[in-house]
Structure formats: C-alpha cells, structure tokens
Design a protein around this ligand. Structure first.
Ligand SMILES: [Zn+2]
Length: 157
C-alpha cells in the first residue's frame, strides 16, 4: 500500500506532497534528515527549512492507494491542493519540457535529409515518400546507373 501525504508547517499554508510505500513517519524523518544533511535537491526542503522547533511541522496522510495508482494520485493531489511547493515538478517543468521538445522536434521534422534515392525530403515526409512510385522509379534509375557511379567514384579516388 502507498500512502500519499503532505508536510506543512504552522507558519503558513505551503505544503509538500509526497508518497511512500513505507511508514509515512519514517519518510517524514528522512525529509528532515535530508534537510539537515544539506541535501537541497529535495523540494521538501522549502517546508522543512521553516522548522524552528520539534513540533512546528505537520505530517498529514491524504490517502492510501495501490502502487499502480501512485503516480496518478500523487499528481492529482499536487495539482489539486493549494500552495503545493512541488507543483513545479509536474506542471511548469513538464510543460516547458514538452514545449521545448515540440519546438526542437518541429525543427528536426522539417529538416531535409537525403533519401536513398537521392531526393531531399523533410524528415516528417520521408516515410510517405518511400512508399511512393516516384521513389521506386528513382531507386530503379539509380540502380541502372550503378556501374557508371562506381566508375566515377573510382576515378575520383
Ligand atoms: Zn526516395
């Protein structure tokens, strides 16, 4: 069983949402340990950093679910609950990543590459092109000139 939990402090409404297959209190202690050992790669540090006493942080269990639903439910709570500090992880990060990927990929897909038949085709159209008659005709033509091409390349070398 997976426990989805939140960590908040008594100072404001910000919370960290996480999930664990173990005892959430044990996980909570790890979050604290991660902070005290200066492992700031964990986004829970934003909450833990507010701690001044031993009882100013609060751990609450949001729900218990099956392992297979873990990602979906954790994501759901991160998106749904207000003031979640790790919202970044799923929303901003993922969206800008997708946008960058699409931009990069769009440029890549429009890039013209040389087909085996010698024609230059954009990457996105090459699969279709390779099914076309014009491609087969060019390939056939190239093959019939193969002898000539080989002679030429020998000459060049
Ligand atoms: Zn071709």
């Amino acid at each position: 069983m997976i426990t989805i939990y939140q960590i908040g402090s008594i100072y404001d409404d910000e919370i960290y949402v996480g999930s664990t297959c173990r005892n959430p209190w044990q996980r909570f202690c790890e979050h604290k340990y991660n902070f005290s050992s200066n492992n700031l790669s964990v986004s829970s540090w934003k909450i833990i950093a507010k701690s001044k006493t031993n009882d100013d942080l609060r751990l609450e269990c949001i729900e218990v679910c099956e392992e297979e639903d873990r990602m979906e439910y954790e994501k759901y709570w991160i998106k749904t609950l207000p003031n979640v500090v790790n919202k970044y992880k799923f929303e901003i990060d993922r969206e800008s990543y997708n946008l960058n990927y699409q931009k990069k990929n769009a440029a890549r897909l429009c890039e013209r590459i040389e087909c085996s038949c010698g024609k230059f085709i954009s990457r996105k159209n090459i699969a279709n092109h390779k099914k076309r008659q014009s491609h087969f005709k060019r390939e056939a033509k190239n093959n019939s000139h193969m002898g000539l091409n080989q002679e030429l390349s020998v000459e060049c070398a």
